[in-house]
Design a protein around this ligand. Structure first.
Ligand SMILES: Cc1cc2nc3c(=O)[nH]c(=O)nc-3n(C[C@H](O)[C@H](O)[C@H](O)COP(=O)(O)O)c2cc1C
Length: 503
C-alpha cells in the first residue's frame, strides 16, 4: 500500500534493468473523445476579434485584468484557445487528430467541464466541452453555486461568472503507461490549464486557479465516475457585471446516467496505484505559503555563484500567440547549433513570469526547483545549472556537455542530445509533503505541466523545436544530476533550433 506521494513516484520509476515490455491491447484502445450521447449540443461561436499580440505581451504589466461582462462568444473563444484540434493525419482506417495541447503518448486523458453563472447569451448550468466538434452539452440546468461554494475556496472575492473543471480519465493514459500514468494525468492537465490561463490573459479576464477542493463533492457535481475519472484542477473566472439569462433551479437532465460516460474503453483495466495516489493526495493542502525553495537543498554538491543573465534586447518572436498555439507541435529534429544569449535570456525571462493567476495562492516557486542543461548557448559554458526562482540567475551544479548522457537516461531518446538545452523540473517530495501535505504532489506536477506548455509555445513563437519528456530512468537521472536523495526529477523539456525551420 502506498503511504506517500514520494512512494508513488518511486513505485512508478523506470529502471533500465527492470523494464518489462508490454504490448498494447488494441481491442481496448481508449476513445480520446468523450461524447454525451443523448444530450443536446450547443455549437460554440466563431471568434471574430481574437487577441493578435505576441505571447510575451500577455505577461506585460500594462495588461491588468478587468471585470467585464462575459458573452457566449468570449466563452467560446476561451474554450477553443484552451483546447482545439489543429491537424488531422490518416491513421489506419481513420484519422489521428493533433491538438494545441501536448499530451504524453498523444492519449489526451483530460476533459473540460464548465459551470456558468453569468455568461451573456448562455443559460446557467453545468456543461461539458466537446473538443471534437467544438460544442458544449448541458449536463445540468440552473445555478450550481450551492453545490460548488462549499467544495472550492477561491481567494478572489468577486463573483465567479464561469468556473472550469479539468478532469482526467484514468484509463486513457494507463492503457499505455499503466501505474505511471498518474504522473501524466497531472502533467497533461497542467499543459491544458496553461492554455486556458493564457487565453484568459489574452481576454484580460480575472481568474484564479485552484488545485485544492473537495474531490468527492466536485466529482459528484460533475457526475463523473470517481474510479475512472477525477477532477484535478479548477479555474474560476470572475466578473461583477451582471448579465441577463440567469436561472435559479439546479436540475439534472432527465433519465440519463451521466457517470457511465466516464468509461472510455470496452474493458478498462484498473491500476490500483492510480486510485491510491489519487486518494492519498485528496486531502486538502496544509500549511501556509512559505518562502521560495532554496536551491542549495536540491543538490549534493556546492553551487556556483549566481550568474545573472543580460536582459534581452529584442523579442525574438516571429509569430504571434494565436499562430504559435495553432502550430504547436512536439518537434524532435533538433540540430546542434548555438542559440544566442538574447534568445536564452528571453526564454528564461518568460519562464520566470509564467504561471500566474489573479491570486498568487499558488506559486510554482514554492513547490519546484527548475534547472537547465545547457549545451549550446552563446556566452554560457555548457553544464547543469539551477535557476534562482526569484531573479532567474543561474547557479552552476556540474560543468560539461551533458545533454548526450541525459538523452541516454531518457530511455535512449538520442535525438535529445542535439537540443541546445534541456529544462528540468525538480521537487523534494518528502519535504513538500511534510510542509504542505500529500496534495503538494499535485501542485508540483500540475505547475510543471503549465510551465512545460509555456515553453512549447515560447519555442514555437521563435521557430524553435520543443518536446516534453516524461520517460526517463529516474534513479539514473538523480545520480547523474547530483540531486539529493529526497529530490526527484518530475519532467524534462528539450528545446532548440531544428534542422528544418517551420516558420
Ligand atoms: C507529459 C508529457 C510527456 C511526454 N513524454 C514524451 C517522451 O518521453 N518522448 C517523446 O518523444 N515525446 C513525449 N511527449 C510528447 C508527446 O508525445 C506529444 O505531445 C504527443 O505525441 C502529441 O503530439 P504533439 O505534441 O506534436 O501535438 C510528452 C508530452 C507530454 C505532455
Amino acid at each position: 500500500m502506498l503511504l506517500t506521494a514520494a512512494d508513488y513516484h518511486d513505485l512508478t520509476s523506470y529502471d533500465r534493468y527492470k523494464m518489462s515490455g508490454h504490448g498494447l491491447d488494441w481491442l481496448n484502445q481508449p476513445n480520446t473523445f468523450k461524447t454525451y450521447q443523448g444530450l443536446t449540443k450547443i455549437e460554440l461561436e466563431e471568434d471574430t476579434k481574437s487577441y493578435q499580440g505576441l505571447l510575451s505581451e500577455l505577461f506585460s504589466l500594462n495588461r491588468p485584468p478587468v471585470s467585464k461582462e462575459i458573452r457566449f462568444q468570449d466563452l467560446s473563444s476561451m474554450l477553443k484557445l484552451s483546447h482545439c484540434l489543429t491537424r488531422k493525419e490518416k491513421s489506419g482506417p481513420g484519422y489521428f487528430y493533433f491538438r494545441n495541447v501536448a499530451s504524453a503518448g498523444a492519449l489526451y486523458p483530460f476533459e473540460t467541464y464548465l459551470a456558468t453563472f453569468n455568461v451573456h447569451g448562455l443559460e446557467q448550468g453545468l456543461y461539458h466541452h466537446s473538443v471534437a466538434d467544438q460544442s458544449i452539452a448541458q449536463l445540468k440546468k440552473g445555478d450550481c453555486r450551492g453545490a460548488l461554494a462549499p467544495a472550492v475556496d477561491f481567494h478572489c472575492k468577486d463573483q465567479p461568472a464561469v468556473v472550469f473543471f479539468f478532469t482526467s480519465m484514468f484509463f486513457r493514459s494507463s492503457w499505455k503507461y499503466r501505474d505511471r500514468a498518474f504522473r501524466y494525468h497531472l502533467l497533461d492537465t497542467g499543459h491544458l490549464c496553461e492554455n486556458l490561463a493564457l487565453a484568459l490573459r489574452s481576454e484580460k479576464l480575472k481568474f484564479e486557479i485552484s488545485y485544492d477542493f473537495d474531490d468527492s463533492a466536485i466529482n459528484e457535481l460533475l457526475a463523473i465516475d470517481p474510479n475512472k475519472e477525477a477532477c484535478l484542477a479548477i479555474v474560476g473566472v470572475f466578473s461583477d457585471e451582471v448579465s441577463t439569462n440567469l436561472e435559479s433551479s439546479f436540475t439534472p437532465p432527465p433519465s440519463i446516467d451521466l457517470k457511465k460516460f466516464s468509461l472510455c474503453a470496452p474493458e478498462e483495466k484498473r491500476y490500483p496505484a492510480i486510485n491510491e495516489i489519487h486518494s492519498i493526495t485528496s486531502m486538502k493542502r496544509e500549511g501556509q505559503k512559505r518562502d521560495f525553495i532554496r536551491l542549495e537543498n536540491f543538490v549534493s554538491v556546492n553551487l556556483g555563484e549566481p550568474v545573472g543573465l543580460a536582459p534581452f534586447r529584442d523579442t525574438p518572436e516571429l509569430i504571434n500567440y494565436n499562430q504559435a498555439l495553432l502550430q504547436r507541435r512536439s518537434r524532435r529534429n533538433f540540430i546542434r547549433k548555438p542559440i544566442s544569449s538574447n534568445i536564452f535570456s528571453w526564454l528564461v525571462g518568460l519562464f520566470q513570469k509564467g504561471n500566474t493567476s489573479c491570486h498568487e495562492n499558488i506559486s510554482w516557486r514554492n513547490f519546484l526547483s527548475t534547472g537547465v542543461l545547457i549545451s549550446d548557448v552563446e556566452g554560457i559554458a555548457p553544464g547543469f545549472y539551477l535557476i534562482e526562482p526569484h531573479n532567474g540567475s543561474l547557479r552552476l551544479v556540474l560543468s560539461g556537455l551533458l545533454t548526450e548522457e541525459m538523452a541516454h537516461i531518457c530511455l535512449d531518446q538520442i535525438w535529445l542530445s542535439n537540443c541546445s538545452c534541456h529544462f528540468l523540473f525538480l521537487a523534494d517530495l518528502p519535504t513538500l509533503e511534510a510542509q504542505y501535505g500529500p496534495r503538494s504532489y499535485r501542485y508540483a506536477m500540475l505547475e510543471t505541466g503549465r510551465l512545460g506548455q509555456l515553453l512549447y509555445l515560447a519555442a514555437e513563437s521563435i521557430g524553435f523545436g520543443c518536446c516534453g519528456i516524461g520517460a526517463f530512468y529516474d534513479s539514473e537521472a538523480r545520480e547523474f544530476l547530483n540531486l539529493r536523495s529526497s529530490v526527484r526529477l518530475l519532467y524534462l523539456v528539450g528545446l532548440g533550433p531544428l534542422t528544418k525551420a517551420f516558420v
